[in-house]
Design a protein around this ligand. Structure first.
Ligand code: DC
Length: 231
């Protein structure tokens, strides 16, 4: 019988490059990359589109009622060499990255019934293995039996500087102190919410990438996989 392919869980703080590392790793291993943040973003977009978020308030009862109308899937787009997120058959990749979705997604991802639905979907997407999944609760809730669990972080000032540089490069007027406050506030919200807060799984390895580039991070992970005979 062929050995089941590995499940690699990557959790960690916002804006520390989890998805970049997860994508690079999946490519290197020939695995499928699953971006669970995109799934919470797609539910948020559904709620916005259907008038279930008004003046920043989520109509939880209506969202609960309409939850089974939400179908989320990913399709690999060979031209762009990346996964695109689909909501009910329509690509929402650019919409879910916008500022409006970003400003409501923390609240939507704190709702228990939303998490239950998405965790089930993530478990069914990953059960055959050969996946790299990133998020906040992958090693603790979605796949507590993952073959490798990583907890990624970087110093808040360094994450804020990266975000500042990114936004500046896009021509946006930005204030470093405001970005730093936002990074710290998101850390606080993610780690103190009642439903599946961001915590390091006991058996996760910490990857602090404050002073590591993309290549160094990938090399570090590949070495760990080799040491564990997962490669
Ligand atoms: O990784 P991201 O910024 O795209 O995630 C969007 C939001 O979803 C963020 O507020 C954290 C939340 N999230 C979560 O609660 N659990 C996950 N597994 C993934 C993301």
């Amino acid at each position: 019988m062929q050995k089941k392919k590995s499940i690699i869980a990557i959790d960690g703080h916002s804006s520390c490059g989890k998805s970049t590392v997860a994508k690079d790793l999946a490519k290197e291993l020939g695995f499928v990359y699953i971006d669970t943040g995109a799934m919470y973003r797609a539910v948020t977009f559904f709620a916005m589109e259907n008038g279930l978020i008004k003046e920043g308030r989520i109509d939880e009862a209506a969202l609960a009622e309409r939850l089974n109308e939400i179908n989320i899937s990913f399709k690999f787009q060979p031209e762009q060499k990346k996964n695109e997120t689909f909501l009910n058959g329509k690509s929402v990749e650019s919409e879910i990255r916008g500022l409006e979705v970003s400003s409501h997604v923390s609240a939507v991802s704190a709702i228990g019934f939303v998490r239950k639905k998405l965790v089930e979907l993530q478990q069914s997407m990953g059960k055959t293995g050969g996946i790299v999944m990133d998020g906040r609760d992958i090693g603790t809730v979605v796949f507590p039996e993952a073959d490798l669990k990583l907890f990624m972080t970087a110093q808040p000032e360094i994450r804020a500087q990266r975000r500042f540089d990114e936004l500046r490069a896009k021509g946006e007027e930005v204030n470093f102190e405001a970005i730093l406050q936002n990074v710290k506030q998101r850390d606080h919200l993610d780690s103190t919410r009642a439903e599946s807060p961001l915590v390091k799984a006991q058996d996760a390895l910490v990857l602090d990438n404050s002073y590591l580039n993309k290549e160094e991070q990938l090399e570090w992970i590949i070495n760990v996989l080799k040491q564990r005979h997962l490669l």
